[in-house]
Design a protein around this ligand. Structure first.
Ligand code: PRT
Ligand code: ZN
Length: 283
């Protein structure tokens, strides 16, 4: 049995649980309960505040955790970074009042910067040779400039709308972040094997999200040309259509590459193109 710490309630909770369910792991999460055991995989979930997850994983109370890179770096706990998970994407950014002038990071010299990420900010300022006063606050960082608490803030940004609605503008990116699977450095051999099974499932879910199954009707004379345009995984499957001179071409392609070549496919004579999601992909 392996123990995975997940954020109890917050921005990473839903995606973390969804990922587990997509991995075919079923469990019941009762409201208010801090633990849940899976029915069909040797895993138990611990539901915690995200800030506590690195510490629980570092000291082995939890074997694994899903948490934002920003939290791992800020807490500075010793954990193994296993895999990035592709959700919870955001950046830690510096922002100032929209009407303040800003030419370069040197403009932050001598200012007061409010943040919930003092360690990351301190390192960043040191690397850039900036001497500023870091004012640590635990929440609502974005109101600090308008109430005169600080001239700048360093906070998490995703769409940027919170900055905008607080009269702020982003001036520099301190780090990019996404949810990541972490592990305690001293996993037993038995737990390492469970982790590998879990990683295998996670990768097949993530691959499936990246790729699409596509079908299209192509005139036989264009099969070669179309096969060359398509950035396929291996080689397309060609099946004859009832209509003379036409075939159905099936393949698996990376979605973003598919959109890049769609107009070339149509120009080459492809018709009736279908793009179908893939549930799991094992390559
Ligand atoms: O209660 P607990 O301590 O567990 O949760 P929390 O309130 O500390 O964290 P939570 O749930 O807000 O965020 C968890 C993790 O999600 C963060 O550590 C990041 O890794 C990631 N993440 C992704 C975000 C955002 N996007 C995000 N937009 N975390 C916070 N925000 C906040 C940000 O602080 C700001 O207030 O959203 C606002 C900005 O959003 P935009 O879209 O307006 O730019
Ligand atoms: Zn938190």
């Amino acid at each position: 049995m392996i123990r995975l710490a997940i954020q109890k309630s917050g921005r990473l909770s839903e995606d973390s649980l969804l990922l587990m369910r997509e991995c075919g792991i079923s469990f019941q999460q009762s409201a208010g309960k801090l633990k849940a055991e899976a029915r069909n995989f040797p895993i138990e979930f611990l539901f915690l505040r995200d800030d506590d997850i690195p510490q629980y994983v570092a000291n082995g109370t939890a074997d694994l955790g899903i948490v934002g890179e920003n939290v791992i770096v800020e807490t500075n706990e010793t954990v193994d970074w296993v895999d990035k998970l592709g959700f919870g994407k955001c950046r830690l950014a510096l922002a100032i009042a929209r009407d303040a002038t800003y030419k370069s990071i040197a403009d932050l010299n001598g200012t007061k910067i409010a943040t919930s990420y003092p360690r990351i900010l301190k390192n960043y300022l040191q690397r850039h040779n900036i001497k500023a006063h870091i004012h640590e606050i635990s929440g609502s960082v974005e109101i600090a400039p308008s109430i005169g608490l600080a001239q700048a803030i360093c906070d998490i940004v995703s769409s940027g709308s919170t900055l905008l609605s607080n009269g702020l503008k982003e001036v520099d990116t301190v780090m990019h972040s996404e949810a990541i699977l972490i592990a305690t450095p001293s996993l037993s051999q038995a737990k390492k094997e469970i982790l590998e099974q879990l990683r295998f499932r996670i990768q097949s879910v993530r691959k499936a999200q990246e790729y699409k199954y596509i079908l299209m009707n192509v005139p036989n004379h264009a099969i070669n040309q179309i096969s060359q345009i398509l950035p396929v995984l291996k080689s397309p499957t060609i099946l004859p259509l009832a209509m003379e001179g036409w075939s159905s071409l099936h393949s698996v392609v990376r979605e973003e590459e598919f959109w890049r070549v769609i107009s070339q496919l149509k120009e080459a004579g492809a018709e009736g193109i279908l793009v179908i999601p893939i549930e799991r992909m094992i390559v």
